[in-house]
Design a protein around this ligand. Structure first.
Ligand SMILES: NC(=O)c1ccc[n+]([C@@H]2O[C@H](COP(=O)([O-])OP(=O)(O)OC[C@H]3O[C@@H](n4cnc5c(N)ncnc54)[C@H](OP(=O)(O)O)[C@@H]3O)[C@@H](O)[C@H]2O)c1
Length: 275
């Protein structure tokens, strides 16, 4: 698995990790077993970055991830989780982070994010909580999710001692808006983590012209259109991604996608607007 530096942290992170949104509550034992098989296989293939959140399945995703990751040496894995931003009080935010760690059976996160901005809570307040969690040893690195570029800049200014490692945003061949901000992230050395890299539905229903281009590149590299869509993202400097799957074949395919590096002409070919 190819790795890149996360922000300015000095930490190497796999360009393709594993998402866990969709791990729902009240499902069968077999359903949870399948998720665990998928996560184990992904880890064995180098997708050691696992992205979760307290919001996913109201804590169920963190519990399942916890049951998987306890079977590995802690340093072999990179675990990201996220704070639900509707809490108003400083203490309740901190407690939410501690509860996430309990569910994950971990002493610390590798990366902890504010899940999305909340207009009634200042960015400064959220950044203070994140920095305190670093000071307490509860997370190694910090970041945000679903922030605009302006909000990222405000967050960077608000941080006193620690750097912002990433902004996790929706980005894929079918949702390209945030990728136009990539030069800014590259200049500031903030990693762009692309979520929903397969358009959330596995690119099952896409425009014909886009499909044609993906198929063309797929033929050249002998891969599926989904693999091309993932490799497109991680062929760009400063971009990592976290596809989600419950299918073992797709885990293998997603790991392989990291090995395809598209040329700059091929990257441009899949942008909607001329760059
Ligand atoms: N920060 C945020 O606000 C936020 C929001 C959304 C998502 N996320 C994170 O990003 C992760 C990924 O996004 P997502 O779950 O929205 O969806 P996604 O990864 O864009 O797409 C998932 C869909 O793609 C299919 N798929 C996966 N690999 C495939 C392959 N190789 N070939 C064909 N189909 C494939 C899956 O089906 P199968 O299961 O059948 O393979 C599933 O239907 C989430 O799980 C979560 O961790 C974060």
């Amino acid at each position: 698995m190819r790795t890149v530096e996360l922000g300015k942290t000095g930490e190497k992170i796999p360009v393709i990790g594993q998402g866990t949104w969709g791990l729902a509550r009240w499902k069968s034992a077999e359903y949870y077993q399948q998720w665990k098989r998928v996560l184990h296989l992904g880890i064995s293939l180098g997708m050691t970055h696992i992205d979760t959140a307290e919001a996913y399945g109201m804590g169920v995703a963190e519990r399942i991830v916890g049951e998987v990751v306890k079977e590995y040496p802690r340093d072999d894995l990179f675990i990201t989780s996220k704070l639900l931003p509707f809490r108003v009080f400083h203490n309740s935010m901190k407690k939410a982070a501690y509860r996430s760690l309990e569910r994950l059976q971990l002493d610390y996160f590798d990366l902890y994010l504010v899940h999305w901005p909340n207009p009634i809570i200042s960015i400064e307040k959220h950044m203070k909580v994140l920095e305190e969690l670093v000071e307490e040893g509860k997370t190694r690195f910090i970041g945000v999710s679903n922030y605009s570029v302006n909000q990222v800049e405000t967050a960077m200014r608000a941080l006193k001692k620690h750097e912002l490692a990433t902004n996790q945003v929706k980005a894929s061949v079918v949702a390209q808006e945030h990728l136009s901000d990539l030069p800014l992230y590259q200049k500031e050395t903030v990693t762009l983590t692309a979520y929903s890299p397969l358009g959330h539905k596995g690119l099952t229903n896409i425009r014909d012209d886009l499909r044609t281009k993906l198929v063309l590149l797929g033929e050249k590299y002998n891969t599926t259109i989904q693999q091309i869509a993932l490799s497109w993202l991680v062929s760009m400097e400063g971009v990592i991604t976290i596809p989600k799957t419950v299918a073992l074949d797709h885990v293998r395919a997603n790991a392989q996608a990291a090995e395809i590096v598209l040329s700059s002409e091929e990257i441009d070919m899949l942008f909607q607007d001329a760059r």
